[in-house]
Design a protein around this ligand. Structure first.
Ligand code: PGA
Length: 246
């Protein structure tokens, strides 16, 4: 199974659903549709209405984050995995670099993964090195730490997807070379095999578009994409899927 996940970040109002109507139309007619899933993570404010609309359709709605507690608590403005699931989301991102840079620690991320899984949300766990770590050749050790400090053997790997998003590539138009990404993807899958015996799906994220997807699709270890900027345009998002299966 392949995955095309659109991460809207801080974008969208109710009428932005028109973007998803177009993506859903393409998806439901695509002859390759059984080979992949389309998941969109709008902001919290839109999860319920979008999930209701797409309930019996192809697109799956997810959340961009969740709080590190289970159900209800006295944390102002926090949204728990339970609350997200109850309004119809089926996935959640955990550990996006935007949230790590705002203070998400490994311990918090472990709780997020735990409670998300407990509430039947599938988790897309994001990892990635920054520019300085890459320059100092620390990429592998950073990734290993991000994975091993959070993911545990007891988690159900069938409900986890890992997204490798080098921070220097997010929103910059810069992407790793094929060779570089292939080596990193093989390494990540090896670390995941050490934890789970069998590796969960691995996505790449960072400036993915309709042109560079041609290169990414040649890498066997990459099972799909986490798409930021290009997911806010139906045409750009559909172009990624089209060119992937071309
Ligand atoms: P980008 O974002 O595609 O705009 O680089 C990816 C992400 O942050 O998930």
């Amino acid at each position: 199974m392949k995955y095309f996940i659109g991460n809207w970040k801080m974008f969208g109002v109710p009428k932005s659903i028109s973007i998803l109507h177009k993506i859903n139309y393409y998806y439901s007619k695509d002859k390759n549709r059984r080979k992949y899933r389309v998941i969109i993570t709008p902001p919290y404010t839109l999860i319920e209405s979008y999930a209701k609309y797409f309930k019996k359709k192809k697109i799956i709605i997810g959340s961009q984050n969740c709080y590190q507690k289970d159900q209800f608590s006295s944390n102002t403005a926090a949204i728990s995995p339970y609350m997200i699931k109850k309004v119809g989301a089926n996935y959640t991102l955990v550990g996006h670099s935007d949230n790590r840079s705002e203070g998400d620690t490994n311990e918090m991320l472990k709780n997020k993964v735990h409670f998300a899984l407990k509430n039947n949300l599938k988790v897309v766990f994001c990892i990635g090195e920054n520019k300085k770590e890459k320059k100092n050749k620390k990429t592998f050790s950073v990734l290993k730490k991000q994975l091993s400090k959070v993911l545990e053997k007891k988690f159900n790997k069938n409900n986890i997807i890992v997204a490798y998003e080098p921070i220097w590539s997010i929103g910059t138009g810069k992407i790793p070379s094929k060779n570089e990404l292939e080596k990193t993807a093989i390494y990540i899958k090896k670390v995941l095999k050490d934890i789970f015996k069998k590796s969960p799906a691995l996505l790449y994220g960072g400036s993915v578009d309709g042109n560079n997807v041609e290169m990414f699709k040649k890498i066997r270890e990459i099972d799909g994409f986490l798409i930021g900027g290009a997911s806010k345009s139906s045409k750009k998002f559909i172009d990624i899927i089209k060119n992937y299966y071309r």
